[in-house]
Write a protein that binds this ligand. Structure first.
Ligand SMILES: Nc1ncnc2c1ncn2[C@@H]1O[C@H](COP(=O)(O)OP(=O)(O)OP(=O)(O)O)[C@@H](O)[C@H]1O
Length: 281
């Protein structure tokens, strides 16, 4: 697993009698943000949720997903029992979904959410408020003390998404999974949230951390991800440095996605390519 935070091989997910993910291989390198892109219904969310042990009831999963825990230790997320996964979620894997507002409990304050998460992972009572406020500040929220007292229904959509981000990052997990987190946000808030996520993977102490950015938006992938993996037919059909994949797609499906997205901002500089993109099918 040298240099990889997560190595997925042969992931298969069957749901409702249908194979949706069909032998997916994906490596998330440390210090990098990887975007998982594909059209609607291609299985991006199902892949992310399967790795978290949050696939729909009745879904059948097989394959291997090795998460590096440091010190030569790994855990296979697809084989881990539910209580082990529960302990890993939050501590080692942070996740944020699009429906931030819905993921928060309406009956407790933002501070109570943070204190509960931090407490569940062993942060002593006396340190939870200070850590919670720091997490809100780290997620780009201006008035953490006021937000700490707020209930979810008092938050704007952008604030709720940043609170979800603060919860996911509160314990500085090795792996952050963000599933369409910015689709409902205005461009400025979107950029702020993605900058925070990106900095986690690439920050000064980020060498052992990685981000999986699930998105259907190639412009988002091109701007915030180092690498792009393209999902089609339940498999990764192309994977490589983001700029290279967007500038010179090798798989016909990637080329079609890029054409459909239209202009994606300034043209990439070929000199910046770290390596040629690899078409794997
Ligand atoms: N709970 C479920 N029960 C049955 N089928 C499901 C369930 N969840 C997802 N699926 C099916 O799995 C397939 C992949 O869905 P998924 O949500 O992973 O797609 P996606 O690539 O994330 O799409 P989008 O970009 O629209 O969110 C779809 O055909 C969907 O209908």
């Amino acid at each position: 697993m040298s240099g990889a935070v997560l190595a997925v091989s042969g992931l298969r997910v069957r749901v409702g009698g249908r194979t949706v993910v069909d032998g997916l291989d994906l490596v998330l390198p440390a210090g990098r943000a990887t975007a998982l892109v594909g059209r609607s219904g291609s299985g991006k969310s199902l892949t992310a949720r399967s790795l978290l042990g949050l696939a729909p009831r009745g879904a059948e999963r097989s394959g291997e997903a090795l998460l590096d825990l440091g010190g030569g230790r790994t855990v296979d997320l697809l084989a881990a029992p539910p209580d082990r996964l529960r302990a890993l979620r939050g501590r080692e894997i942070g996740y944020v979904f699009q429906e931030a507002q819905a993921s928060l409990n309406p009956t407790i304050t933002v501070g109570a959410h943070l204190a509960e998460t931090l407490g569940a992972h062993g942060v002593p009572r006396g340190r939870r408020r200070e850590r919670g406020l720091a997490a809100l500040r780290g997620a780009g929220l201006d008035d953490p003390a006021a937000l700490y007292r707020a209930y979810p229904f008092e938050l704007s959509g952008g604030q709720a998404q940043r609170v979800a981000l603060a919860l996911a990052r509160a314990l500085r997990p090795r792996l952050l999974i963000a599933d369409e987190v910015t689709s409902a946000l205005d461009p400025v808030t979107q950029a702020g949230v993605l900058d925070v996520l990106r900095a986690d993977a690439a920050g000064p102490d980020g060498s052992g951390r990685a981000l999986l950015l699930v998105t259907h938006d190639l412009a988002v992938a091109g701007r915030w991800a180092d690498r792009i993996a393209v999902l089609d037919g339940g498999r990764i059909v192309e994977e490589g440095p983001a700029r290279a994949v967007l500038a010179a797609p090798r798989h016909p499906f990637t080329a079609a996605l890029v054409r459909a997205a239209g202009p994606l901002g300034p043209p990439p500089d070929p000199g910046e390519f770290a390596e040629a993109p690899g078409a794997v099918r």
